[in-house]
Ligand binder design. Structure first.
Ligand code: FES
Length: 182
């Protein structure tokens, strides 16, 4: 089994947890604790996301092999739930709402501004690991459109200049406990 896995994961990037002995041992411990139990795949994936910060394609394949389930089943879970990410997130996650009210209210302009300020596109993380930029569906604050969230906080009636102020607070040297928008 070990030889088969080594062969299958020979081309995995060195930065991937599957290729790193310490993090792979952590994966193995999680898998061994839950393998064979009902709902093992979901529990294992939750723990991997929580402890290793993401579930890469190689991690998905590794889990599938160890739990003896199709990779497609694991991939389906990871892509269905927004909790899971296939790449490591930054220290803070900024999400711009793409719901109808926010889209009409100015989210496209906020996306342009965020790309300009951070130098990344939605789905990416800044090189310093401070911020991940994502798009999301309606967060239920449509009356304050356009809306962004930073981690668990919601910020409404954003304009590009306010977004700039908001992002600064979460970048190195900023104050990561921002006041609510007025
Ligand atoms: S559409 Fe953005 S919060 Fe509802």
């Amino acid at each position: 089994m070990t030889v088969v896995l080594e062969e299958a994961f020979r081309h995995v990037p060195a930065s991937d947890p599957v290729a790193d002995p310490a993090r792979r041992a952590e994966m193995d411990a999680i898998l061994e604790a839950h393998a064979g139990r009902p709902g093992a795949a979901m529990v294992v994936l939750n723990e991997l996301q929580s402890r290793l910060g993401h579930v890469s394609p190689a991690m998905q394949a590794y889990v599938a092999q160890r739990l003896r389930v199709p990779v497609s089943a694991i991939h389906g879970v990871v892509t269905f739930y927004s909790y899971f990410t296939i790449r490591p997130r930054g220290k803070h996650t900024v999400k711009l709402c793409m719901g109808t009210a926010c889209y009409v209210g100015g989210t496209p302009q906020l996306i342009d501004k965020a790309k300009q300020l951070l130098g990344i596109s939605p789905g990416d993380t800044t090189a310093d690991g401070a911020l991940t930029l994502e798009l999301c569906r309606c967060v239920g604050a449509c009356s304050q459109a356009p809306v962004a969230t930073v981690d668990d906080e919601v910020f409404g009636r954003l304009r590009p200049n306010k977004l700039q102020q908001l992002l600064r607070r979460y970048q190195p040297g900023g104050h990561a406990a921002p006041a609510k928008e007025e």
